[in-house]
Design a protein around this ligand. Structure first.
Ligand code: SAM
Length: 236
């Protein structure tokens, strides 16, 4: 089957109707990812159908919670997940992609330019350092993150970026229960409140996944995040 049609059909399972341009952008992104993956470690998944399901569709599962509007920061974006697919599907979003590995940021800058994406930038840095900067702290409607750290450390990375009233959305596997026990305390300390948990099976697969929506209800105390490395070494 034509790959662009396959992409459109897969997104239809989420009731998302892609334009030809959006399907083409996703396919171009796939091609760039696979080409670069030969010389740099970007993804363990390379087969088209698997990337479509486990990277592209998984990135868009946020639509089960709500359609993101305004500004969004993707913490520890790696090869661009979930930030790039979200930007392609919701082109009005203002997006910042962050990663502490500069090689990945260079790849993402190339993707942004080649796909002709606007109002999106890829920034090299660590969450613990960027969160102290005025232009990033409590500036975003959404902070999203997938496969970066346990919920407690991740909350310390992500909640400082979210405006009061905005959301931190954590993409997790179904085995989130243990993390939730310790994570909830950290979430409260950082000014968040666990609002919603959405368990689902990735459409077209038997993979169980989970999304947590954490609402920012109070400002994050200035002492957080702690110095680089501490949130993972000594989770709150
Ligand atoms: N989110 C992507 C995904 O789901 O495919 C990438 C996941 S990858 C396993 C984790 C990424 O988080 C890596 O690219 C790593 O460099 C980045 N990372 C880890 N700790 C970070 C931190 N403190 N600040 C910024 N990026 C970080």
């Amino acid at each position: 089957m034509d790959k662009q049609i396959e992409i459109k059909d897969a997104f239809q399972m989420l009731r998302i109707s892609l334009t030809d341009r959006q399907a083409e952008q996703l396919l171009n992104y796939y091609d760039l990812l696979i080409k670069k993956n030969k010389v740099m470690n970007l993804t363990a998944i390379t087969e088209f159908e698997e990337v479509l399901c486990k990277h592209f569709i998984d990135s868009l599962m946020i639509c089960r919670l709500e359609e993101p509007k305004g500004s969004l920061i993707d913490m520890g974006t790696g090869a661009g997940f979930p930030g790039i697919p979200l930007k392609i599907v919701y082109p009005d979003l203002h997006v910042v992609l962050v990663d502490s590995l500069n090689k990945r940021i260079s790849f993402l800058q190339d993707v942004i330019q080649k796909l002709g994406l606007e109002h999106i930038k890829a920034v090299h840095g660590r969450a613990e350092e960027l969160a102290k900067k005025k232009e990033y702290r409590e500036q975003f409607d959404y902070c999203v993150s997938r496969a970066v750290a346990n919920l407690s450390s991740l909350s310390e990375y992500c909640l400082p970026f979210v405006k009061i009233g905005g959301s931190f959305i954590s993409y997790k596997s179904a085995k989130v229960q243990d993390e939730l026990k310790t994570g909830e305390r950290a979430i409260l300390l950082l000014g968040g409140s666990l609002e919603r948990r959405e368990d689902f099976v990735l459409p077209g697969s038997d993979i169980s996944r989970c999304l947590l929506q954490i609402r920012k209800v109070k400002s994050t105390p200035a002492k957080y995040p702690r110095k680089a490395g501490i949130p993972t070494k000594e989770p709150l």
